[in-house]
Write a protein of this length. Structure first.
Length: 167
């Protein structure tokens, strides 16, 4: 019976270690994504996605059989000379949710390591989970807010050259 328990414990430790390693891997991928987004945003021309309302019918699908309706929901606009403020806001739009991911992964790693050590419910764990929850909320809300302000600055920049942009 003891042999079975030791084998079970070893298997649990392996699985928990695998989960902790996966959490670290996801966190590293999120940080790499932030860096790559920053490199992309601070290049010469920046591709910005703008949501569209009443984007019109997709011409290629207008006469296609079995297609009841189609419309455009976004436009990708490549902008040259985008102001630095907009670039930073677009970086925040992607970085804040990614940092929330890093926070959740850090909590998952800590929980996995604590379970391996057979001490999962430390006092610090509830604080860590609370901080991760705050990061998720802040990353979701503030990331979208930063993106909206960035798009407003981009539209203002384009409108300086041609006021018809607002149409």
């Amino acid at each position: 019976m003891r042999h079975g328990r030791a084998g079970s414990r070893l298997g649990e430790g392996f699985v928990l270690g695998l989960i902790a390693t996966g959490a670290v891997s996801v966190a590293i991928a999120a940080v790499v994504a932030i860096v790559l987004r920053g490199v992309d945003l601070f290049g010469d021309a920046v591709a910005v996605t703008f949501p569209l309302h009443d984007g019109g019918i997709v011409g290629a699908l207008k006469d296609a059989p079995d297609v009841l309706s189609s419309s455009y929901s976004a436009a990708i606009v490549t902008i040259d000379g985008l102001p630095a403020e907009a670039r930073w806001l677009f970086l925040l739009e992607g970085a804040l949710p990614a940092l929330a991911t890093v926070g959740v992964c850090a909590v998952a790693w800590r929980l996995g390591v604590s379970l391996i050590w057979s001490r999962p419910f430390r006092r610090s764990m509830s604080v860590a989970i609370g901080i991760a929850a705050c990061l998720v909320v802040a990353g979701g809300v503030l990331g979208q807010l930063a993106g909206a302000f960035g798009r407003a600055i981009a539209v203002g920049h384009l409108a300086e050259a041609d006021p018809r942009v607002h149409d």
